[in-house]
Ligand binder design. Structure first.
Ligand code: G3P
Ligand code: CA
Length: 248
């Protein structure tokens, strides 16, 4: 679309709303994702975990305490119990009544609206989540979404290898928060399309090495103008932020 072309000229990288537009709304809620769509981001980033009864839910922390009015571990509650919780009031009263979403709700709500950068949050503590995510993506016909409109990422490389074998062709990203060695990046390039770096780790040498191995790079998580200015010197595929206004 004309708007899409204009935006591409303005920002030479994809814009990623980290946990939705989480600088202005409670993270990982419909309010945060809707605002990211409204603010014309290219992707929403979201975190997936399992409920006690095997529903895939959208929440970042392993515990409920920070972002809901619940207490204790997400995986100790059924989906029905999780759904009773308020995921908005902790942020501000304006968002009272925001619910913990399911993965399927996100797929239904945002198809054809925005890209999804889906993080499996600590999959080793959410056993079986790879197979469940794969079967839901199949049910929702992920291959009919636009190219790279659905990307799966995690810090856990074993889980990403598994996703790559469960759904060949699905774009995979590995999150990296340490100065990665060349041979490790090379191994990741065998099954992943993205190596997504913490912003403090970026340097020209590493980026050209990754590019030579056909790895794209999303940078996370930029939160200030100064950080953005630093990252803008580099050619990267995308930048994640809590504050989409930084890109305006
Ligand atoms: O997109 C990368 C980023 O989401 C990883 O860190 O803790 O915000 O999930 P975290
Ligand atoms: Ca995340």
């Amino acid at each position: 679309s004309a708007i899409g072309i204009k935006k591409q000229m303005e920002t030479p990288f994809k814009t990623i709303a980290h946990r939705g537009a989480s600088g202005y709304c409670p993270e990982n809620t419909q309010a945060a994702f809707d605002l990211a769509v409204e603010m014309d981001a290219d992707y929403i980033e979201l975190d997936l975990q399992l409920s006690k009864d095997g529903e895939i839910v959208v929440i970042h922390d392993l515990k409920l305490d920070r972002t809901t009015n619940g207490k204790g571990r997400v995986i100790d509650y059924t989906y029905k119990e999780l759904r009773q919780l308020d995921a908005g009031s902790w942020y501000s009263n304006e968002f009272a009544g925001e619910k913990i979403l399911t993965f399927e709700e996100v797929l239904n709500l945002y198809r054809n609206k925005i890209g999804l950068l889906i993080e499996l949050k600590k999959p080793s503590a959410n056993p079986g989540i790879e197979e469940m995510v794969a079967s839901i993506l199949k049910k929702h016909n992920w291959e009919s979404w636009g190219k790279n409109q659905i990307i799966i990422q995690s810090f856990e490389q074993a889980a990403m290898k598994k996703m790559a074998s469960l759904l060949p062709g699905l774009p995979i990203g590995v999150l990296v928060n340490y100065p990665i060695k060349k041979n490790e990046a090379e191994e990741i390039a065998r099954y992943a399309e993205y190596l997504n770096l913490k912003w403090t780790l970026v340097n020209k040498k590493l980026l050209s090495y990754l590019a030579a191995h056909n790895l794209k790079t999303f940078i996370w998580t930029v939160r200030t103008k100064k950080e953005l200015e630093q990252i803008r010197q580099y050619s990267v595929e995308g930048i994640a932020t809590d504050y989409l206004k930084l890109f305006k």
